[in-house]
Design a protein around this ligand. Structure first.
Ligand code: CU
Length: 126
């Protein structure tokens, strides 16, 4: 584990503590470090959501086809940009289904597959 990864992970644990207080339903996290998504596969219940966190200094723009929009994207600003003193976090919710995230400007990056299973019963209110 190199120094940058180590540093990123310690920052991440701080973020986890902060987010768990705000978003009780957000149970999963995808991070981007060194232009690499981690993890590459996540399965969630449709009541839950995923935080996408960009720990890189560069911007990433994720594209993930959905039924409603085959070119759905989400923009994640680089950490350290003007106005971004903290890593950019986007919290996404999904209809049941399977989604593949890739980075539009960086097609060489790995991808993330998200499998969303229909929730049994009502979702708890936040
Ligand atoms: Cu990218």
């Amino acid at each position: 584990m190199n120094l940058k990864t180590n540093f990123s992970l310690s920052i991440l644990s701080v973020i986890f503590v902060g987010l768990s207080a705000i978003e009780a339903l957000a149970t999963e996290t995808v991070v981007i470090v060194n232009s690499t998504f981690s993890p590459e596969y996540i399965e969630i219940d449709s009541c839950n959501s995923i935080d996408f966190i960009n720990l890189d200094p560069v911007d990433h723009r994720l594209i993930y086809p959905t039924e409603k929009n085959p070119r759905q994207t989400v923009y994640l600003l680089g950490w350290g940009m003007i106005g971004m003193p903290n890593p950019h976090v986007e919290n996404l919710i999904f209809d049941p289904g399977t989604y593949v995230f890739k980075c539009l400007p960086h097609p060489w990056m790995n991808s993330v597959k998200v499998h969303v299973v229909e929730s049994m019963g009502n979702c708890p209110t936040p």
